[in-house]
Design a protein around this ligand. Structure first.
Ligand code: ZN
Length: 479
C-alpha cells in the first residue's frame, strides 16, 4: 500500500474546525499525522500537491438501497405505498450480474459525488440468497466504496399488514414467509470478511414484520456483533397503522418486546412523538434523516432538531434511487438544513450548516458503527477524504468553507476522492470501476427489464390510482 502526503490543501477536519492549510501524512490507509505545510515525512512517501483544494472528510450516506440504482426517474408522483407495491416490477427477480451491476452503479455515483461510505439495505427478490449477497459485496468491494451491507427483507407484505388495502386492490393475502430458512442460508455470508464491506441485517419495515421475525433478527445481529437497520414511521399511513396494531404505538411495542438497543439504526422517523424519541434515546438507537426521499414521496418532514434535543445520534442519507433518484449527499445535507426551516419559526432551532455537516459525516459514521474510524480528519482515522476544486464556480468567492459545502456545493466541484488511503476518484474519473462499461450494462439492463413500460400500462395506472385513493382516504379518516 502506498503512503501519501497531501501537501498544502485547505483542510476542514470536522464540523467545528476552522479550515487551515495543512499537510496530511497518510500511512497504511490511516491519517498518521497532520501539520503545517512542510511536514517532514519518510523519504519513500508519495507526494500529492493539494494546493487549490479544500479537503474534507468523505461524506457518509447512512441510508441507501443499491438495488434501486437502475430505477432513477421511473415514476413521477408516487408515495411510499405505491413505490413498495411496485417493487415486484422495479425490483423483480434478478440475475447475479444484475444485482452486482446495481451495487456498482450506486457506488459509482456516490464516489463521484464525494461520498466515501454508505449503509446499504439491499433487497433481493424473492428472498436474499448467499450468492446474491456475495455478488453485491464483491461489486462494492471492487468499487472501493466503504459499505455496511444489510440484506433487506420481511416475513410479511403490505397486504397482510393492511388488509383493507388488499381488499381495495383485490389482492388475496398470502402466507407469511418462512424466514428461518432464509436467515440460516445467509448467516455464513454475514461472517465473511472483506476489506471495505461489513455486514448488517435489514428487517425492512416493522409494519410488515412479525414480532418473532424482529426478535430473531435482533438476536442474530447481537450474536454476530452486527447492526440492524429498519424503516420506522416513514409515511402517514404508518403513522396511523401502528397505534391501531400496537397499544402505545410502534416504539413502545419494540421496547416492550425487548428488541431495541444500541445496535438498531432507524431510518426516517418522520412521525415520532416525544415519547417515541425518549425511547430511541433510552436505547441509544440511531436515526437516519432522509429529507430528499421524504419530500419526493410526500412522506412528511422529520424533526431533526427534536431528535438532537433528545441526545439522539442522527445521520443523513439519500435513500435509494427508487425513492429519491440520485445519490448526492451534498443535496441530502443541504436539504437536512433547509427542511428544518419549515418545522419552526424559531430561527435558533433551525439546523445549521455545522449541524448538517456533522450529521452527514460523524453522525452517519456512528450509524455505520464506524465512529472514531471515519467522518473526521484526525490522526488515527481512516484516510477517507474528498478534494474540492476551489477554482470551481461554486467557490467564487470563498467566504466560508463549511457553509459553502452545505449550501453551495452540489458535488460538481469534487475532483479527487480517497478511501482507505487509496485514490478511488482522480480528476473526476473512477479508478476502480469502468464507467463506460457500467453505462453500457445499465442500458442493456434497461432494455431487458423494460421497467417503464411495465409500470405505465393502463392496468398499472389504475392500480396506482386505487392505492393513492386508499392512502388519501386513510388520511381523511384517521383511525
Ligand atoms: Zn429506505
Amino acid at each position: 500500500m502506498t503512503d501519501w502526503v497531501l501537501r498544502g490543501g485547505l483542510v476542514l477536519k470536522h464540523a467545528k474546525h476552522t479550515p487551515e492549510p495543512l499537510d496530511i501524512y497518510i500511512k497504511a490507509g490511516r491519517i498518521e499525522q497532520m501539520g503545517p505545510p512542510g511536514l517532514a515525512v519518510p523519504a519513500q512517501t508519495k507526494v500529492f500537491e493539494a494546493g487549490g483544494y479544500l479537503i474534507h472528510p468523505g461524506l457518509v450516506n447512512a441510508h441507501t438501497h443499491g438495488h434501486g440504482a437502475v430505477t432513477k426517474g421511473l415514476a413521477d408522483r408516487w408515495n411510499l405505498e405505491q413505490l413498495i407495491l411496485a417493487g415486484s416490477i422495479t425490483n423483480q427477480e434478478r440475475a447475479l450480474d444484475l444485482l452486482q451491476l446495481n451495487a456498482q452503479l450506486n457506488a459509482a455515483e456516490m464516489l463521484l459525488k464525494g461520498c466515501t461510505a454508505a449503509f446499504d439495505l439491499y433487497a433481493q427478490l424473492p428472498v436474499p440468497s448467499a450468492e446474491g449477497l456475495e455478488a453485491v459485496a464483491a461489486g462494492y468491494e471492487q468499487s472501493g466504496l466503504r459499505v455496511v451491507l444489510a440484506p433487506m427483507f420481511a416475513d410479511q407484505n403490505l397486504y397482510q399488514a393492511l388488509p383493507d388495502l388488499a381488499l381495495a386492490v383485490g389482492e388475496q393475502p398470502t402466507a407469511p414467509l418462512a424466514y428461518d430458512a432464509v436467515l440460516q442460508n445467509i448467516k455464513p455470508v454475514l461472517t465473511r470478511s472483506y476489506q471495505r464491506v461489513q455486514w448488517a441485517l435489514g428487517p425492512a419495515i416493522p409494519l410488515v414484520s412479525s414480532d418473532a421475525f424482529l426478535a430473531d433478527c435482533s438476536q442474530l445481529a447481537r450474536e454476530l456483533g452486527i447492526l440492524i437497520h429498519t424503516h420506522v414511521l416513514e409515511s402517514p399511513i404508518q403513522k396511523r397503522a401502528y397505534p391501531q396494531r400496537y397499544a402505545g404505538g410502534l416504539l413502545q411495542h419494540l421496547d416492550r418486546i425487548g428488541v431495541l438497543g444500541a445496535h438498531w439504526v432507524l431510518a426516517h422517523c418522520v412521525w415520532l412523538d416525544q415519547n417515541d424519541l425518549a425511547l430511541v434515546a433510552k436505547h441509544q438507537a440511531k436515526i437516519v434523516h432522509n429529507p430528499g426521499s421524504n419530500l419526493r414521496l410526500g412522506s412528511g418532514i422529520a424533526d431533526m432538531r427534536d431528535m438532537l434535543r433528545h441526545g439522539i445520534t442522527v445521520g443523513v442519507g439519500t435513500d435509494g434511487s427508487t425513492s429519491s433518484d440520485n445519490q448526492n449527499m451534498y443535496e441530502a445535507m443541504r436539504l437536512a438544513a433547509l427542511v428544518s426551516r419549515v418545522k419552526t419559526e424559531q430561527v435558533d432551532q433551525w439546523i445549521s450548516a455545522e449541524d448538517a455537516f456533522y450529521a452527514a459525516t460523524e453522525g452517519s459514521a456512528a450509524c455505520l458503527g464506524l465512529k472514531d474510524q471515519i467522518g473526521r480528519l484526525e490522526s488515527g482515522f481512516k484516510a477517507d477524504l474528498v478534494l474540492i476544486d476551489l477554482a470551481h464556480i461554486n467557490w467564487q468567492p470563498l467566504n466560508h468553507a463549511l457553509r459553502q459545502l452545505v449550501y453551495a456545493e452540489d458535488a460538481t466541484a469534487v475532483r479527487h476522492v480517497m478511501v482507505d488511503g487509496t485514490w478511488v476518484v482522480q480528476n473526476q474519473q473512477l479508478l476502480r470501476l469502468n464507467l463506460v462499461e457500467l453505462k453500457q450494462k445499465a442500458e442493456q439492463a434497461r432494455q431487458v427489464l423494460q421497467l417503464r413500460s411495465q409500470l405505465e400500462t393502463p392496468a398499472m395506472q389504475q392500480f396506482f390510482d386505487t392505492v393513492a385513493q386508499f392512502c388519501a382516504c386513510q388520511a381523511d379518516h384517521p383511525g
